[in-house]
Each structure stands twice: as C-alpha cells, then as structure tokens.
Ligand binder design. Structure first.
Ligand code: C2E
Ligand code: CA
Ligand code: CA
Length: 703
C-alpha cells in the first residue's frame, strides 16, 4: 500500500521532464497494451467467479464477477472504438469510461455492504445474462447519445471529472468499511484495500489529466491495472487459493486421522504396545520366513482379575501401563512386545540363539518387577506368571500362542512362576473354557451345595466350628473339585454372586442347626480375593447376618495370605468387618510367601496352618520346625491356631504337644453334608472324644 504512494512522488515531481519522453504514438501503443492487460485481468476475474465451485458460490463472488464482466465488455468496446479516430468515437470512449468507473466504484461499495449469502449455480446465468443486457443497453444509449450528440462534449469531460471525484470518495468509504474486517480476513481485505487505494490514485490522475496520451493518462491506466490485479488476487484467493488450502488441510487431517486409526487398530490404547492384530499379522508373515528358532513368551499379572475387581479398571490399567514400561525397559532389541486385550503381554522372539537367553530374560523380568508398583495410593506387588513356547514345525500361529499361554497358566501354580511349554499342558484346555460357560448356568440351576467339615477343639474335645466348603454337582461331569472351578470363577468374575450364595447358605445353615438344638457352632466361610475387594462386601455380610438372624460371633471369614498384598486398604476393610462382630482367620498360613508384618496390623483371630506342612511333620524336620514356629508365634500374638488336613494320629499328637487349639481333618471327619452333621452330631462328637482319649492314654503311657 505504501508503494503506490511512493511511486506518485517521482511522477508529480518529474512530470514535466517525463512529459516528453514518449511521443504521442508511443502512448497510444502503451495505452493499448495496458488496456489489453486490463481486459485480460477483468475477464479473468469474471471467468474465475463463473467457474467457482458450487459450494463456494456466494452473492459477493458472483457480483464481483458480474461487475468485472461488465467492465471487461465496456473496456473491450472502448478499446475497439478508440481505434477509429473519428470525433464521435472519442466521445463514446469517454462516455464508456465514465460508465465503467461509475459501475466500479458504486458496485464495489455495494458488494462489500451486501450480507454474504450462499447462492445456487442457477444465479450465474441470471446475473451474467443481466450484466450482458446491461452492457448492451448502455452501449445502445452511448451510441445514440454520441450519434446525435445528446450531450455536449464539454459536459462529458466535466462529468468525467465529477465521476472520478465521486468514485475516489466512494473508494475511501470502501476502505473505511473494509478495514473493519481486517482482523477476520487479513489477506483478502488487504488486497481489496490495496485495490481501492490504487483506484483512488488512478482517479486523481484521471481528474488532473490533460491528455490521455500523456504520462498522466498512462499512469492512471497503470494504477487502474494494478487495482484490477489486486481484485484478481482477492478473487483468486477466495475462489481458488483458500479452498485449495482448505482442501489440502482436510486431506492432511484425513491422512493423519487415517494414520491414527491405523495405529489404533494395531496398538493397545492403554500401553501403546502393538496389539493382538499386529501380533497375529507378524506371526503369519514371519513364522515360515526362515529357519531360525522362534519363541513366544506369554506374561500375565498374577490374579489380575481379582486385582481389577478390587482396585477398579482405571487403576488396574495404570498398573498395566507400569508393567509394560518395566518390560520395555529390559526388552532386547529383537524381542517384539505386544499386549492382548485380556491383559496379557506376549513377546515374540523371531531368532532364539539359546534357551538360556530366554531364561535370562525371564530372570531379568522378575528382578525388574521386584519393586512394588506404585499406583496412586496403592503399592501393588506385580507377580508375573511367565510361559515360554518354542515354535515347532506344523504348529499354527494360534497354537503357538496358545502353547505359551498354557505354560503361563501352569507357571502360576509353581513358586518360580515361569515354565517352558510341555505337550501335557494341552490336555484339558478346551475343558476349561467349557467349564467357564457351564459355571454361569450352574448357579441358576442350583447345582452348587455346601459340605461342612467339623473343627475339633483339642482342649475340650468338642466340635465347636465347621468350615463350609462349596461343591458342584455337575449334571454330566458329576462332582467337580472346587480347586478346579474356584479359580475359573475368580477369573470370570462369577465368584461375586457365587460367594454371596455360599455366605448366605452357610449362615442360614448355622442358624438352622441352632434352631434344631445343636450346641452353638461357628461356621467358617472361605473368601476369595475378588470378593474381598467387592465394593459392598461389609454391607453384604451385614445384610446376610440380619437376614439369617445369625449372631455375628458365629461367623468366621477365611482370607488367604495373598490377600494381604495391599496392607493399607485391607487393614481398613478388616477392621470394618471385625466391627460387625465376626471372626477373621488367615487360611493356608505359611504358603503365601508374604512378609508377616501384616499380622500386627490386621485384626485377626485365627491362623490356619496349611495342610501341606501338616502332611509331612512326621517325616520332614523342616516342616516340623515350621509348624512349631507358627504355633509359638500364634501364642505370642494371642491368635488361635487351626491345623488343617490331619489324617493321622501322629500328626495329631504332635499338634497337641505344640498346644494347637483346633484340628480339622479326615482323621475326625471328611467334609459332610449339613444333614449328616445334624443327624450324626453325637456320633461325630463321640468319635472325636474317642480319638483324643486314646491319645491321652498313649501319652500317659509314655510318661
Ligand atoms: P481350603 O480352604 O484349604 O479347604 C480345605 C481343603 O482341604 C478342602 O478341600 C478339604 O476337603 C480338604 N481337607 C480337609 N481335611 C483334609 C485331610 O485330612 N486331608 C486332605 N487331603 N484334605 C483335607 P476342598 O473342599 O477340595 O477345597 C479345596 C479348596 O477350594 C479350599 O481349600 C478352598 O481354597 C477352595 N474352596 C472350597 N470351598 C470354597 C468356598 O466355599 N469358597 C471359596 N472361596 N473357596 C472354596
Ligand atoms: Ca479354607
Ligand atoms: Ca486351607
């Protein structure tokens, strides 16, 4: 915008010197060139607007196109008539020029004042048609008035000066109006303002013009030409450049979102690791590509389902993320880590040099997991179960993967928690899936029932409590061991409704015995980890106690050591349960590999020594030492001790020696039905006293 103003200075200052530079004929020629260019530009604008995409067609674009269509036609006629050196043609040229400038300034202002609105393509034909008609009518009038000299020549010159003055003023108004939009549409407005400024200068030159074939006339045309150039730029920008840029942006966005979609399709959104789709794709492409030994390492977080139902999905996802980070931190470069939807990590190794390499990786992983995982307030131990499968010939990608997963399942049963796949692991896999499906129906079909195993007080020889043990009588399979289906119920979440049913049935049974007149008996009910973190556990226990009308002191809940993982949360929960007045026992004590620090924080009443220790006390001095230690520790902590799995008198003798409180085992009674307990209570009682008196006698004898 500054440039045109700067250019005016030399023109004004040197006009006299420059006046004679070109001869008149040269000016005619130069003007002709500029006029031709002006026609080209104005036509270009008209065509540009005509060709605009239908979705971009607005009244403004269309009017600008029409305006320049009119100007182009008028200029064309004016240029053609100028070639004819008759006096009337000069008059005509002048006349046309006036009409053109009038149209331009009024039209320009009119257009920017008009509210922008979308138009359909039909409007193009109407408006361009009307414009053509307008030009024809104008030409006709101009022709008539020049032919019959309706207006005096002097008047026309005056009119020309007035029109230029008027258009300069209108152009000024246009600039003022346009400048309001400069922030919204900087590029377009700048070009339009530039066009207006150039037009004003051109107007001024036209006013002071003495002769068209002079430097002034030529400059006026040049400025007009630049003004049109800026119009063209503005139109080009709105009809071509901007839509193109938008299109480009849309295309880029589309490409980016496509890439994101592709990434999402092949990656896990929690850990950002590749997912099963990418894993299976890679396996398909890679398995038979070369003869290198290949391996899959399947990794799961031990008891993930229970952890998930306890701390919630979002925290368990965070835990998952932390585990993924630890795996990635120690991952050798050619190991391909992926995460499956079910929360397992699968690592594919496409070139195994030695099996030791895989073992070393597992050991590294174990030590990387030693530090507890900090998820918000929880400090979680992420024990991993790891299964490794080596690729065998004729083994499909899915079988290969399943082998690693089977080894991983087996690994969860052993202390070191990692195993190589062995063919025997494949037996009964389909069964497990079936069982899970059947479990869902079993509760509704009333296929579950409870057995009760008496616990005998060694001091009094009386049966003072029983442990409730769930049983599944399957319609076709027959009896299914809880050791088989409880873990499946835990994984599938079915343990929550099943656990509730067990608790309610056990409590109402205890009440029934009481009503039948049996001596008061405590009932011990096993709790699963998943149940323990169930949101409303305390409320549920309370409601069941109220419903069954059982005194809380006759209910004992058995938790396992592995549940002590999250000490802070457990302490609170157990205190709440204790506050109900019930008893709490730690089951399978000694097998959980956990620190004993929880014993001082938890409100525990009783420890149950696991039967694996009791089994070997006569033969294994280590187990003997362990049981003695547990017994004396329990004494110091003022906890009662129940010894489980007592099958032989020798075991019993040892426990009596160690001052054990209660005994539970086949020696006294197997788990039996509720009816057997009520019907044979006396017999059971006598049998217990019998065994104990015999033992006492033996003891006496020894002494
Ligand atoms: P557990 O809680 O340690 O239950 C004791 C298991 O030892 C029972 O096996 C019982 O039948 C068995 N047992 C008792 N005395 C002897 C003995 O002298 N010798 C031998 N060899 N075994 C004896 P069962 O009923 O098969 O239960 C196995 C496990 O299944 C239980 O171990 C417990 O972890 C789980 N379970 C059983 N019932 C329930 C239940 O109602 N809820 C939950 N959550 N888990 C249960
Ligand atoms: Ca138990
Ligand atoms: Ca036990």
């Amino acid at each position: 915008m500054v440039l045109p103003l700067l250019l005016v200075i030399p023109l004004l200052g040197l006009s006299n010197q420059m006046f004679g530079i070109f001869k008149e004929e040269s000016y005619i020629c130069l003007n002709l060139i500029i006029q031709t260019l002006i026609i080209v530009f104005t036509m270009a604008i008209a065509i540009q607007s005509w060709l605009v995409f239908s979705h971009l067609l607005s009244n403004q674009t269309l009017y600008i196109g029409n305006l320049f269509f009119i100007i182009a036609l008028l200029e064309l006629v004016s240029m053609v008539t100028a070639q004819n050196p008759m006096a009337e043609t000069q008059y005509m040229e002048m006349f046309l020029h006036i009409v053109m400038r009038l149209c331009l300034s009024i039209g320009f202002l009119f257009i920017i004042l008009k509210q922008k609105k979308r138009l359909t393509m039909n409007y193009r034909i109407y408006t361009y048609g009307s414009s053509l008609l307008f030009v024809l009518v104008t030409l006709f009038i101009v022709y008539l008035s020049s032919k019959y000299s309706l207006l005096e020549e002097q008047l026309v010159y005056k009119a020309d000066a007035i029109v230029h003055l008027l258009s300069a003023v209108l152009q000024g108004a246009t600039i003022v109006i346009l400048s309001k939009y400069i922030k919204q549409l900087p590029k377009r407005v700048m070009w339009l303002i530039s066009a207006a400024i150039y037009l004003i200068i051109s107007d001024i030159f036209f006013i002071i013009i003495k002769d068209w074939e002079s430097i002034w006339g030529f400059s006026a045309l040049i400025y007009q030409f630049f003004a049109f150039y800026f119009f063209l730029k503005a139109i080009y920008y709105t009809t071509v450049e901007k839509p193109y840029q938008q299109l480009l942006k849309i295309k880029q966005d589309l490409e980016q979102s496509q890439q994101e979609l592709l990434f999402q399709a092949y990656h896990d959104d929690i850990t950002q690791l590749p997912n099963e789709h990418l894993l299976l794709k890679t396996l398909k492409e890679d398995l038979n590509a070369n003869n290198h030994q290949k391996a899959i390492i399947a990794i799961e977080i031990d008891r993930l389902a229970a952890i998930r139902s306890s701390i919630g999905i979002s925290y368990s996802n965070k835990m998952m993320k932390l585990v993924a980070e630890r795996i990635q931190a120690i991952l050798p470069p050619h190991y391909f880590a992926t995460k499956l939807r079910e929360g397992q990590f699968i690592i594919y190794v496409n070139h195994v040099k030695t099996c030791e390499e895989l073992l070393q990786f597992c050991l590294n992983l174990k030590s990387a997991m030693q530090k507890p995982l900090q998820v918000q307030l929880f400090s979680l131990n992420g024990n991993l179960n790891i299964g490794i499968a080596l690729h065998e010939e004729d083994c499909s990608d899915e079988e290969f993967l399943m082998h690693a997963q089977l080894a991983m399942r087996e690994a969860s049963q052993i202390p070191q928690r990692f195993l190589f796949y062995k063919p025997y692991m494949s037996n009964g896999i389909a069964d497990r899936i079936l069982i899970e499906q059947e479990l869902h129906k079993a509760l509704a079909n009333e296929e579950f029932y409870l057995d009760f195993q008496p616990q005998v007080n060694l001091k009094t020889g009386k049966i003072e409590s029983v442990e409730a043990l769930v049983r599944w009588r399957h319609p076709t399979r027959g009896f299914v061991s809880p050791e088989l289906f409880i873990p499946i119920a835990e994984e599938s979440g079915l343990i929550i409704p099943l656990g509730k049913w067990i608790l309610e049935t056990a409590c109402s049974q205890a009440k029934t015995w009481e009503e039948q007149g049996l001596p008061p008996m405590k009932v011990a009910v096993n709790l699963s980890l998943g149940q323990l973190f169930q949101q409303d556990l305390v409320q549920m226990v309370q409601e069941i106690l109220q419903r069954t009308n059982l005194e809380p002191k006759y209910l004992q809940l058995e938790i396992t050591e592995s549940m002590t993982m999250n000490i802070d949360q457990m302490t609170q929960l157990l205190h709440e349960l204790k506050a109900l007045g019930i008893q709490i026992a730690v089951d399978d004590f000694g097998t959980g590999y956990s620190s004993l620090s929880y014993l001082k924080d938890f409100p525990i009443d009783c420890l149950k020594i696991d039967r694996t220790f009791v089994r070997n006390i006569q033969h294994n001095p280590n187990d003997e030492a362990l049981v003695s230690m547990i017994l004396s520790m329990a004494k110091h902590l003022r906890l009662k001790v129940v010894a489980e799995g007592i099958e032989e008198v020798e075991q019993l003798a040892f426990l009596i020696d160690g001052d054990c409180d209660y005994i539970q085992g086949y020696l006294f009674s197997k788990p039996i039905s509720a009816e057997q307990i009520s019907n044979n209570f006396k017999d059971l009682h006598n049998r217990a006293s019998d065994i104990l008196t015999k033992l006492k006698y033996k003891e006496d004898y020894i002494i």
